[in-house]
Design a protein around this ligand. Structure first.
Ligand SMILES: [Zn+2]
Ligand SMILES: [Zn+2]
Length: 351
């Protein structure tokens, strides 16, 4: 089979790998869609000598040729020893919860295997991921894809959209809230879509006109260009001087993170989901004096991934609108060159 490997410094390669065979407890899925996620850009842009994708995201790993893609979605085509037909029916449409933990600890048992202290594999980062014809992973990491959703939508849910869904739950979003979403990439656009569907008033911020237009089409009540006017002031003006109830930063830009915290009202909640980088806050005025809650939220559990997919399927939400580019593996270099500009929606490899 073939798979995409990031070489660093915005270079990648399509390489030949042996077709995977499932070991005990494992399955192989034939990939149908594999999404591109903002955190892939850390690995794509990393220095060549820097230890690969895992090092770029602070997840360990010695480098080496790892197939990229941590939003895998496909069909089960092979089962290893000890995996029953009920657990992994051949032909079943599945997403992959892209982490392997020990399977036994308290975090793993509730579906949060990425929090396992026993050492984790992150598919597409420290283990072979979805930008390939096949993916091998434990049967327990597979999450059923509802019939109503396409493989492309399943890929989106497997990181970006699932991350947005989990963050909204962490913030206890309700229909009474006004939410500001900083950054309208694949995660931010998903947050806009989901929060609007949950009844919230959504104000979406992005520097790119194409992304602002997408946000409007996905349900944002108002869109703002943070370069046109001070976003904190603009958000106060839209909320009778109070500030928003909730703010979610999906951009990972230091100035947007700070603005997200400053833009919430007294007793408000801000949440960061973007990987890497820094933020500068003045603790007393920005947090303490206004009783602000600040949450860091890392992706979602396998249970949360299933809940997100079922929610989107049951409501018939237009998640497909998020996907603005579809690529073949042969187009990977062009696909990441375009994604690197961070100006459009989500790109997905279809196989
Ligand atoms: Zn564990
Ligand atoms: Zn991701």
């Amino acid at each position: 089979m073939r798979g995409v490997v990031f070489l660093g410094e915005r270079e990648l390669e399509l390489r030949e790998f042996p077709d995977p065979a499932p070991g005990p407890g494992e399955v192989v899925i034939e990939m149908k869609a594999s999404g591109m996620c903002g955190s892939d850009l850390h690995a794509y842009r990393a220095p060549r000598s820097g230890g690969g994708a895992g090092a770029a995201l602070g997840l360990g790993g010695a480098g080496g040729a790892v197939i990229a893609g941590h939003e895998p979605c496909g069909v089960i085509v092979a089962r290893g020893a000890g995996v029953s037909e009920a657990e992994a029916p051949l032909g079943a449409r599945v997403m992959n919860h892209h982490y392997k933990g020990c399977g036994l600890c308290a975090h793993c048992r509730v579906g949060w295997s990425q929090l396992c202290r026993g050492g984790i594999t992150v598919y597409g980062v420290t283990g072979h991921g979805g930008h390939a014809n096949y993916l091998k992973a434990p049967a327990r990491t597979m999450v059923p894809l509802p019939d109503a959703l396409s493989f492309e939508e399943g890929a989106a849910i497997s990181c970006g959209t699932g991350t947005a869904y989990a963050a909204l739950h962490r913030m206890n979003l309700s229909g009474e809230h006004t939410l500001a979403v900083f950054g309208q990439g694949p995660v931010g656009l998903s947050a806009t879509l989901l929060a609007a569907a949950m009844g919230a008033r959504v104000i979406a911020l992005d520097i790119g006109p194409e992304r602002r237009a997408l946000a409007t089409s996905l349900g944002a009540e108002t869109v703002l260009d943070p370069r046109a006017a001070d976003p904190v002031e603009a958000l106060r003006e839209l909320t009778h001087g109070e500030g928003v109830d909730l703010a979610l930063d999906c951009s990972a830009a230091p100035e947007a993170r700070a603005a997200a915290v400053k833009s919430v009202r007294t007793w408000g909640t801000a949440c960061f989901v973007g990987e890497g980088g820094e933020v500068k806050l003045e603790v007393s005025p920005d947090l303490l004096r206004r009783q602000v809650t600040l949450i860091g939220s890392w992706t979602f559990s396998s249970v949360g991934q299933m809940a997100c997919a079922n929610y989107i399927a049951a409501r018939g939400l237009p998640l497909a609108k998020l996907i603005t580019e579809r690529w073949t593996l042969d187009q990977a270099a062009e696909a990441y060159r375009l994604f690197d500009r961070q100006a459009s929606g989500k790109g997905v490899f279809t196989l």
